[in-house]
Design a protein around this ligand. Sequence first.
Ligand code: ADP
Length: 248
Amino acid sequence: MTEPLVSVDGIRKSFGDNDVLKDISFTVGAGTVTVVIGPSGSGKTTVLRTLNALDTADAGVITIGDVSVDFGNKVSKQELARFRAQSGMVFQGHNLFPHKTVLQNVIEGPVIVQKRPKAEAIADAEKLLEQVGLAEKADQYPYQLSGGQQQRVGIARALALKPKLMLFDEPTSALDPELVGEVLRVIKDLASQGWTMVVVTHEIRFAQQVADQVLFIEDGVVLESGPPSQVLAQPTQARTRQFLQRIL
Ligand code: ADP
């Protein structure tokens, strides 16, 4: 594996008396793609949300690039904000601002949150929209786009903040089947450009083609991890085999 960009060590998270993450540890090499699979309710989304500090872990240490946070200690707001800025998240649904154009959606974060000059943010956004194949849609509103196009705007919007790590939470699960391919193509493109990514998905073919590492999470623990040729093709755990048989 390349030098790790991300290191997750002993993460725990409970909601009330529901222990959702029970000691999750893994690393993500710089420039590699990790695909997270596992049954519904096993904690996959919560793992992503703790990486982006949308949920704060109860214990454990997460390092992304040169920012390391020990969630067992009290974490200041500034520390959490700096940590959160290391990663960008793409959600199941697109969450675009409905009253803003595509371009306005993409520049919102850089201009409002990062206080970058608007002209620079626009120039960047135009490049990103070209990259996701939507240059000609810059002045349209979300409702004028298909679900797949909206999701690609969501990807451009996350990229615009220039995160070190991109997180995708079932980015195609809300899409009609014929729109899945265009979104997966954009994510594959990012992989070939060397983006470091963690992707929660049930798209096993995509995982086979793109993942450097697959994590099988069940009941709040990483039950099995390794390259797709191992975890997907020759899983060592019976639970992994059963899961794959159910979804394939
Ligand atoms: P997955 O992504 O694998 O389907 P999740 O991480 O979404 O699993 O959820 C794991 C468990 O955590 C589920 O039992 C879910 O109900 C619970 N959970 C997730 N978020 C919250 C929350 N904000 N409050 C209470 N329970 C939650």
